[in-house]
Design a protein around this ligand. Structure first.
Ligand code: MG
Ligand code: FE
Length: 169
């Protein structure tokens, strides 16, 4: 039981670190977007959700008598993705940003599904409820990106063909 609780605490700390990365990635992305106001607005609202997710995770970790400060980072696992979103692939950063964002949301969805299962196994129904709630938000963001991916890609290509430079972002 103690092992199970400690494992769950660790997964919650991992999720907290993941949300820190999400916030940085989304923030970098939103500052670079110039020509896609709908995408920028959706990202802005997910940044607000992401900050709130971090706080909800902190509350779970504290309620469980653990601590979220001084946690280890996800070991740069998503450094490549963040660089992608940061515009290392010069020119098509809006498309690469959608790619990175969609991928990241799915990592988040998997992480929260695992957390829900873990919290249920450990009998922590409040943590299960919170992680379920956060998971719905990640699913909504992923499905927004899925619904707008084709349109953003085509808008980028068309803009790029006509203006060659301003479509990049
Ligand atoms: Mg999140
Ligand atoms: Fe997310």
């Amino acid at each position: 039981m103690a092992d199970m609780d400690e494992r769950l605490n660790q997964w919650l700390r991992d999720a907290h670190a993941m949300e820190q990365q999400a916030e940085q990635m989304l923030d970098g992305l939103s500052r670079r977007i110039e020509n896609y106001p709908e995408l920028a607005a959706r990202i802005e609202s997910h940044i607000a959700e992401t900050r709130s997710q971090k706080q909800r995770l902190e509350a779970c970790i504290e309620r469980r008598g653990s601590s979220w400060s001084g946690m280890k980072d996800l070991a740069g696992q998503f450094t490549a993705l963040m660089q992608t979103a940061g515009g290392v692939f010069a020119g098509d950063e809006v498309v690469k940003g959608v790619l990175a964002g969609y991928t990241f949301e799915h990592m988040e969805i998997a992480s929260y599904r695992i957390l829900v299962a873990g919290a249920e196994a450990a009998g922590d129904t409040e943590t299960a409820r919170v992680c379920e709630e956060i998971c719905r938000e990640e699913e909504a963001m992923a499905s927004w990106l899925e619904d707008h991916m084709a349109e953003i890609t085509q808008a980028y290509l068309i803009r790029h063909a006509s203006e060659s430079d301003t479509a990049k972002r």
